[in-house]
Write a protein that binds this ligand. Structure first.
Ligand code: ADP
Ligand code: MG
Length: 881
């Protein structure tokens, strides 16, 4: 009997490099594919030979970097977007390019599994666990799954890269319990996760990272440094990356050169740079470089980029603390992954920031992980190795009969330490003519036979199969249809090994989670809000029902899904045009274990399937948008406590710098991503008082009311004195501002709101001046009364500012002192009212002005105080008659 056996493989589909591995037939060891020169990774690089049209993937394609036509690199950065790349003049999607890479990985590991073949068993590769950065958005994950399917691989699981790295560590060391921080710095991405393993089951507790930060950025920075060196030697190297394609190629070569310098400096303190790798300057002269680069120079360049990674570590740890009370002090091991962790500086920084000091060293300045060193093992392949461990645990074995008409999927491992074992799985007909309904499975060994009915979905289980001690037992499984007709026969081995279980492969529990919160944009009472639909770290699948009321006057209703600041999906729901406004729309949103989102629902009695689409790529932001975002952030951040404020500010600054740098380099994808990071940071600052604008609505309403009353008052006194006053015009102007203010409030638009407040204040000031003039002309007030009134309102202001200073987080000791000094001076004025009313009038007004200044510092955006000491008490009461 010949049969086909499919074992799921593990693939790390990296931005820069990919790797593939599989566990051996007895699940005792991992086989990682080795290519030419024993390379365990394959560049994620695709090129089409213009000569013969041949598609080249991997090392040979990578060798074409820096020459025309350029190969495609870092396509992972485009996954989930609508952007395309050009391959030999043809537009291709990131999914198609990734599928080519995956096809190559499949082909590679097929060479290795062929080694397991026996005369009657042929091993095939058609299923895989593919890893994705934990920080991937839903559309990015979705695109990865599609790429795997296009490459002819069934996706057994999409595993987070850090979980894969932790799985490998646990498998290798036989650890069943532990808390890990995985620090994965690759070529293009930085990913950090806090992962807990309990009874060989993994849970992600905190995630952070940046899909646009990695060794590549170090190469870019170093390439710029080299460019300066070369220019300093008078070569024509003033490159115009934005407009000149040849210059872009020159810079690519410089980057390749920089990468080799960087790698060289990982192993030695100095690197002799003699060969310019065929680099020519703008005048076509071959550049000759002869210099020695020192590790310290590289480290100076790399340090600021690496610095940024620790903020993400803090973020992941903060999340783990909120999620499970886990802090850095609970972390047992820091696991390094990714090629960039070969940099000694990375390991040094990780050690000094995150690990406990070696015994005898000074105490650290904060909490530290329990280990004194990070785990630095197989960093280039640890993710693929972990994926293989996972593939074995969840993928089991699929066996196809000789005719390839029936596929039997077995779950669980092949090795057991017990003397009886469980064998369960599912039967699937590959030939549409076969009918398994009502069928059964017969299992036999040399001394045992049993039969089980197929359950719906084709599943079956045998629970107490005896196995031969310390040997391999062969099981024969026959699939029969409802009439007892034999449809297929497959064989499977079970190995008895008393030592089995020493190396846990992890429970076949899916660790699928949703990394970043998914938000739904809803419009409520004319106000657009984003509500959390799927929270961060929620395990998948996730299903929830929402209801909305139909806005009326439309035949499609759109829901927009966001993942943090990024719009990920537009859901269009067709609604019959006759649907009355207010009809309830029920929506079931589901996210499956592969992060696939489906939306179903009903409007009244009408069920619908919504169309879920990836929205068009956001355009790069305009300068005004960037300025708006920065302003909103700066306003919001002022309301945070000092520590948090400086952290957020530093983060924003780094993201902003990365954004402008990327713009300058013409790397639009990176710039767009960094802008999203900026948006996420700005969002995380939040608006003061849960989205309320400053000053509070009550102040705005009062100002409107004051303007109205003062307007009517001025109108009455103007009528008496026959002075000109256009009450209606002013009332209309106030009304216009009131409407705009309402709109700004509901849109959460601080900028327009502030303008409205300023306008209203102008109106108020104007009315007040007019009223005051009338007052002076018609009912002169005694100077002592004016003085008393001004002092009174200064004292009222003093009381208010004192309260604010006490409650404010932004007020400093200096502010408090200032307020107290003013209080002293005001108290001194009291006895002078009768003696020197003019001086009291003047000084009380000045002190009041000082108080207003303090107030505006500690509560930014608050309006300048109208009224007060400028008006005599009588007039202040006037408008309210
Ligand atoms: P990815 O996960 O993005 O595919 P990898 O984990 O393969 O990336 O890491 C690739 C990055 O590692 C590249 O930026 C490469 O320059 C860097 N790298 C590889 N080896 C070394 C080394 N010895 N020293 C420093 N950096 C290295
Ligand atoms: Mg990687």
């Amino acid at each position: 009997m010949t049969q086909y056996v499919s074992k799921a493989v593990g693939i790390d589909l990296g931005t820069t490099n990919s790797a593939v591995a599989v566990m051996n037939p007895t699940d005792t060891d991992i086989v990682i594919h080795k290519g030419g020169m024993n390379a365990r990774t394959t560049p994620s690089c695709v090129w089409r030979n213009p000569g013969n049209g041949e598609l080249v993937v991997g090392r040979k394609a990578f060798a074409r970097v820096g020459s025309e036509p350029e190969p495609i690199t870092s396509v992972k950065r485009l996954m989930g977007s609508r952007r395309t790349v050009t391959l030999a003049g043809e537009e291709r999607t990131p999914v198609e390019i990734s599928a080519e890479i995956l096809r190559e990985m499949k082909r590679q590991i097929e060479e290795d599994v062929a080694e397991f073949d026996t005369p009657d068993v042929t091993w095939v590769v058609d299923r895989a666990v593919v890893t994705v950065p934990a920080y991937f958005d839903q559309p990015q994950i979705d695109a990865t799954r599609k790429a795997a399917e296009a490459a002819g691989l069934r996706v057994v699981d999409l595993l987070h890269e850090p979980t894969a790295a932790a799985s490998y560590y646990c498998w290798r060391t036989g650890t069943r319990d532990g808390t890990f921080l995985v620090y994965d710095l690759g070529g293009g991405t930085f990913d950090v996760s806090v992962v807990r393993c309990k009874a060989a089951d993994f849970r992600v507790l905190g995630i952070s990272g940046n899909t646009m930060l990695g060794g590549d950025d170090i190469d870019t920075a170093l390439a710029r440094h080299l460019q300066q060196l070369i220019q300093g030697d008078d070569w024509a190297m003033d490159l115009d990356l934005e407009n000149d394609a040849e210059d872009r190629l020159r810079f690519r070569r410089l980057k390749s050169l920089a990468e080799s310098v960087k790698k060289g400096l990982s192993n030695s303190e100095e690197f002799m740079l003699r060969d310019s790798g065929g680099l020519t300057d703008k005048e076509g002269q071959r550049v000759v470089i002869d210099t020695v680069m020192e590790r310290a120079q590289l480290e100076k360049i790399a340090r600021p980029l690496l610095e940024r990674t620790f903020q993400y570590c803090d973020e992941a740890l903060d999340q783990a603390t909120r999620e499970a009370g886990v802090t850095l002090a609970d972390v047992d091991q820091i696991i390094l992954a990714g090629g960039s962790t070969h940099l000694p500086l990375v390991r040094e920084m990780v050690r000094s920031r995150l690990c406990s000091p070696a015994p005898g060293s000074p105490a650290p300045d904060g909490p530290r992980a329990k280990c004194t060193e990070p785990v630095y093992e197989q960093v280039d392949t640890v993710v693929a190795l972990g994926a293989a461990v996972r593939a074995s645990a969840v993928g089991g074995l699929d066996i196809l009969n000789e005719e390839r008409t029936v596929r039997v999927g077995f779950r669980g491992t092949v090795v057991t330490a017990a003397d009886r074992t469980v064998v369960g799985g599912t039967v699937e007909a590959l030939d549409p003519d076969l009918d398994l309904t009502g069928g059964s499975v017969r299992l036999s060994t040399e001394e045992y036979e049993d039969e089980a009915q197929l359950k719906p979905g084709g599943s079956f289980a045998f629970t107490r199969i005896p196995v031969q001690p310390d040997a391999q037992s062969l099981l024969t499984i026959e699939v029969l249809d409802a009439d007892g007709e034999l449809l297929a026969t497959v064989g499977r081995a079970v190995v008895h090994d008393r030592e089995a279980g020493a190396k846990p492969v992890g429970n076949p529990v899916r660790a699928a989670i949703n990394a970043k919160p998914i938000l739904l944009e809803v419009s409520r009472e004319g106000r657009t809000e984003r509500e959390e639909l799927i929270p961060a770290l929620r395990s998948l699948p996730f299903k929830e029902r929402y209801d909305f009321s139909h806005p009326g006057d439309t035949d499609t209703v759109e829901f927009r899904l966001y993942q943090q600041a990024r719009q990920i999906q537009v859901i269009t729901v067709p609604v019959p045009s006759s649907t009355p406004r207010g009809t309830v729309i029920d929506v079931d949103v589901e996210m499956d274990v592969h992060s696939l989102i489906t939306v179903r629902g009903s409007i009244g009695d009408h069920p619908f399937e919504a169309l879920v689409e990836v929205p068009p790529e956001a355009e790069l932001p305009s300068e005004a948008q960037v300025a708006d975002l920065t302003r909103a952030f700066e306003q919001g951040v002022e309301f945070l406590a000092a520590g948090e404020k400086s952290v957020k500010k530093a983060k924003m600054e780094m993201a902003h710098t990365a954004f402008t740098d990327a713009l300058a380099r013409g790397e639009k994808a990176v710039a767009g991503h960094e802008f999203e990071q900026m948006q996420a940071i700005a969002d995380s600052v939040g608006k003061p008082e849960d989205g309320a604008l400053q000053p509070p609505r009550a102040d705005f309403e009062e100002l409107v009311k004051d303007c109205g009353q003062l307007n009517r008052y001025v109108a009455t006194i103007s009528a008496k004195t026959e002075a000109p006053h256009d009450e209606r015009e002013i009332a209309a102007a106030v009304e216009v501002q009131r409407e705009q203010g309402e709109r700004a409030l509901s849109a959460g638009d601080q900028r327009s709101y502030s303008e409205v407040i300023t306008q209203l204040q102008h109106i108020f000031d104007h009315l007040r001046t007019v009223a005051y003039r009338h007052q002076q002309e018609n009912e002169p007030v005694a100077p002592a009364d004016v003085a008393a009134s001004r002092l009174q309102s200064a004292l009222e202001m003093l009381a208010e500012v004192r309260r604010l200073v006490q409650a404010s987080r932004t007020a400093t000791a200096q502010h408090r002192q200032d307020v107290e000094d003013i209080g002293q001076r005001l108290a001194g004025l009291q006895s002078l009212i009768a003696q020197d009313p003019n001086r009291v009038q003047q000084e009380a007004a000045q002190e009041r002005q000082r108080l207003i200044q303090v107030k505006s510092i500690i509560t930014p955006g608050s309006r300048n105080e109208p009224g007060g000491g400028v008006l005599p008490e009588a007039l202040n009461r006037g408008p309210r008659r």
